[in-house]
Design a protein around this ligand. Structure first.
Ligand SMILES: Cc1cc2nc3c(=O)[nH]c(=O)nc-3n(C[C@H](O)[C@H](O)[C@H](O)COP(=O)(O)OP(=O)(O)OC[C@H]3O[C@@H](n4cnc5c(N)ncnc54)[C@H](O)[C@@H]3O)c2cc1C
Length: 429
């Protein structure tokens, strides 16, 4: 793929475009690519110049692979990534089970650059570092563009639609009047560490649960060039804004949790003791459960992690960011009147309603998965239960296959990752 111009200055942008996509992470770039392939004039802006890093585990789980295929960039991603055939789930008592799946690891600096380039190759323009400040509205309150800032320069850009794909920070949602919850659903931190000596021992994506990591888990994901992504995430304890339960009042220190991880997992300890640190420990928030923000207002859609498209329980969100970004693009192409000649034949208010509804229907189709993952997040608090699940799955190929179906999204997790599903899982027969 050739590299068209990116990081354009603000004054290189046109006065007006069909769709302004704010945020060039997986959600924004996927959305921009589909819209540009659909023939629309698309401007993508990001607050950071590309390529840029994003604090993440860099793990591509099966839904990411499916989304990358839909975008037509899977082969290119896999030429750079390190593939893996399973996720190793390690129980607090040291037992483990390998769950088969199509998995890979690619640092976000490379993944996001590739996705952004794919949007540009489809015809989108990309300006950065450019910050979205505010939506512009008409007399009726419909969004008709945005105020953008670069350094000490600011300007407006007219757009028939704006898509906010700004990730987990609440500021852009607040500016757009769509933020329903400021605080994150979870927090995680990670480092990159090179250690060629561990290549043979760490082939799978390794997830470690332990009583001392209660409320979350630790991971080691093997990336290209013997560089491992190691981190811990807390995916349950921050969920309630008005905490009822005592364990939710505690806000554990993630660096302390990381130290605990090194004490309970020998491979994590070896990696940190013997390896060469390539990027220091850094943390970031997560917005989960498809909650915490309104999904739209007339003239504007919210997508990716800004819309809460990261799973609680696992903290995975790259795949769903791309999926929801593509859902936003599909809704715009199908209903917004953008694809018709000038859109003039379309009643604008009806088109706005149809677009919002079309997007809502697509996101609601994903809700059952998010709901079950939210329920399952509470398992992270019960180490004994995790011991039991991993022990059972390790002895029953049938149960391991069911868990693989969940990981590969061939089955809704609803039947497994709930308390009732769990009882069935643990009942022999
Ligand atoms: C430590 C950690 C580990 C994780 N590990 C994994 C994992 O292994 N696998 C997985 O699938 N998911 C993982 N996740 C979740 C994953 O990182 C997110 O789900 C994913 O990045 C969401 O993509 P996005 O495109 O919605 O947002 P982002 O990737 O956050 O992109 C948003 C973009 O918007 C830009 N932006 C923000 N505000 C503005 C503004 N005002 N103006 C202009 N631009 C703006 C930002 O600069 C950024 O480039 C992890 C998260 C964390 C914190």
């Amino acid at each position: 793929m050739t590299t068209p111009n990116w990081n354009l200055p603000l004054d290189a942008l046109p006065e007006h475009c069909d769709v302004l996509v704010v945020g060039a992470g997986p959600a924004g770039s996927a959305c921009a690519r589909l819209l540009a392939l659909g023939g629309l004039a698309v401007v993508l802006v990001d607050a950071q110049a590309f390529p840029r890093d994003k604090v993440c585990g860099d793990g591509l789980v099966p839904d990411s692979h499916a989304a990358l295929r839909r975008l037509g960039v899977h082969d290119e991603v896999m030429r750079l990534a390190r593939g893996a055939g399973s996720a190793r789930c390690v129980a607090p008592n040291g037992g483990f089970v390998d769950i088969a799946g199509e998995l890979a690891v690619l640092p976000r600096r490379e993944l996001d650059a590739l996705l952004c380039r794919s949007a540009l190759a489809a015809g989108a323009l990309m300006a950065a570092p450019v910050r979205f400040e505010l939506p512009l509205t008409d007399a009726a309150g419909r969004v008709v563009g945005a105020k953008l800032i670069q350094g000490n320069q600011s300007r407006t850009l007219g757009a028939r639609w704006v898509v906010l794909a700004t990730g987990a920070l609440p500021a852009p949602l607040l500016a757009a009047g769509l933020c329903q919850r400021r605080s994150p659903s979870g927090m995680a931190l990670r480092a990159h560490v090179r250690h060629p000596g561990l290549d043979a021992e760490l082939r799978e994506l390794r997830f470690v649960w332990h009583g001392r990591l209660r409320g979350g888990y630790g991971w080691i994901f093997p990336g290209p060039d013997s560089v491992f992504n190691i981190g811990v995430g807390l995916l349950d304890s921050l969920q309630a804004e008005t905490p009822q339960a005592p364990w939710r009042r505690r806000r554990p220190n993630l660096r302390h949790m990381f130290e605990e991880f090194l004490q309970v997992d020998p491979l994590a300890a070896r990696l940190m003791q013997e390896g060469e640190v390539r990027s220091e420990l850094k943390g970031a928030p997560m917005r989960c459960d498809l909650a915490g923000a309104q999904w739209s207002r007339p003239g504007l859609l919210v997508t990716g992690e800004a819309a809460g498209a990261t799973y609680s329980f696992t903290g995975e969100g790259i795949g769903k960011a791309m999926e929801t970004g593509m859902a936003a693009a599909e809704a715009l192409l199908a209903h917004a009147g953008l694809a018709s000649a000038g859109g003039s034949a379309v009643n604008p208010a009806a088109a706005d309603d149809a677009t919002a509804l079309g997007y809502q229907v697509r996101l609601e189709a994903l809700l059952p998965r998010f709901t079950t993952y939210r329920q399952a997040a509470s398992f992270n608090r019960w180490p004994g239960l995790v011991n039991l699940i991993i022990w059972r799955a390790g002895r029953s190929p049938k149960i391991a296959a069911k868990l693989a179906d969940v990981l590969n999204e061939r089955r809704l997790p609803g039947s497994l990752l709930t308390w009732r599903g769990l009882r069935n899982l643990l009942t022999p027969g």
